[in-house]
Design a protein around this ligand. Structure first.
Ligand code: PMP
Length: 367
């Protein structure tokens, strides 16, 4: 029998809690200047691309076999990159940090359990929570420049007793990094796991240390990272975490065997060998970011200080109108976060110049 053509998702015996939901994802539009998903604008250098091709060719010759299930070599290389006395037993890798977060929630969340975050923040935290049947509790970021008021945050954690707390630092979409004391006080107060999502760690300004320095003190602390941003490797899907070895052991209970392909492992290990070259691009992006924040401020826009590779700016009575008008100029930004603000990813100098020109034209008769 052939299936009736008019069958829709809603006709299927779907999980009740998934009914009426839409898949999450930013628009993937073909535009001249795409500044909407916090990607790194610089493609791999010819030298890195050549090394990737060589090492993928080597991996290709063994693709009849399953990959190293424990990704031993890659995890050791990631630990090396992170420093802080970490080793492979304290590092775990997966297909993007989204999969890392999913594995954390599968292990420490689930039915009858609660995860908590401070919003506005990365919208996949509540989405992955729901998909893993973990209840989601949200508290507000009440601190300066979308930061956390430590006392209020600790109070919220004490009140809600979440099994998993998400702290995003630097925060997406606001760019705000958290002081270490805030993370430490929340780690003291939290009854369960505390996940510091440091997807944008490499873009921090001087003087904001990573939560990696706290791992020694808190066995229930997890620092999540990604190669999608600073390593300019979003297309390869590599995320990782650092935590107590017991946490890494616990994650083995939910990871699929051979989840990280041999090709992915080879690509990630190769990119790590080019960490120095990639760091210098990160430095350029940080300078471009600082210049953008200053330019926005000096042109009368509201702008949040940023420790990431994006900037939140406004204030717009009708941000959707500004978003659409920018798109007509070929510049794609993101409608996300507080209602009067837009988010722009830091691109190349040429892309930022196109962004500035478009923004001035679009807002000339609006403000
Ligand atoms: N965490 C944060 C805060 C992010 O902004 C993103 C990507 N936008 C991710 C995690 C996921 O990135 P990936 O899966 O590419 O590692």
């Amino acid at each position: 029998a052939t299936a009736p053509a008019q069958t829709t998702v809603e006709d299927l015996p779907l999980r009740e809690d998934l009914r009426g939901r839409s898949p999450y994802g930013a628009p993937q539009l073909e535009v001249p200047v795409a500044l909407n998903t916090n990607e790194n604008p610089y493609p791999p250098s010819p030298a890195l691309a050549a090394a990737l091709a060589r090492n993928v060719e080597e991996a290709a010759a063994g693709l009849n076999r399953y990959p190293d299930r424990d990704a031993t070599r890659l995890r050791a290389a990631l630990a090396d990159y992170l420093g802080h006395g970490l080793d492979g037993a304290r590092v775990w890798a997966a297909n993007g940090s989204n999969e890392i977060l999913q594995q954390i929630l599968q292990t420490f969340g689930g039915p009858g359990r609660t995860a908590m975050g401070f919003e506005p923040s990365y919208s996949m935290h509540p989405v992955i929570s729901r998909v893993t049947c973990t209840d989601w509790v949200s508290a507000e970021r009440t601190g300066h420049d979308f930061g956390l008021d430590t006392r209020a945050a600790v109070e919220a954690v004490r009140r809600n007793r979440p099994d998993v707390v998400f702290l995003t630092s630097p925060n997406n979409p606001t760019g705000t990094a958290l002081p270490l004391e805030t993370v430490a006080e929340i780690a003291e107060a939290a009854p369960g796991m505390v996940v510091v999502d440091e997807a944008y760690a490499e873009f921090r300004r001087e003087g904001t240390p990573s939560a990696l320095t706290l791992l020694e003190r808190y066995p229930r602390l997890i620092v999540s990272r990604t190669m999608s941003k600073a390593f300019a490797l979003a297309g390869a899907r590599v995320g990782y975490l650092a935590a107590h070895p017991a946490v890494v052991d616990a994650l083995q209970l939910v990871r699929l065997p051979y989840h990280l392909s041999a090709v992915t492992q080879a690509v990630a290990a190769t990119a790590l060998e080019f960490a120095g070259e990639l760091q210098s691009q990160v430095k350029h992006l940080r300078q471009e970011r600082d210049a953008l924040v200053e330019w926005l401020g000096s042109h009368g826009f509201a702008v949040a200080a940023s420790d990431a590779n994006f900037v939140l700016f406004g204030d717009f009575d009708d941000r959707s109108a500004v978003f659409s008008a920018m798109l007509e100029h070929g510049v794609l930004v993101r409608e996300v976060g507080p209602p009067h603000m837009l988010r722009v990813t830091v691109g190349t100098p040429e892309e930022m110049s196109a962004f500035r020109d478009a923004l001035l034209q679009v807002t000339a008769d609006r403000r």
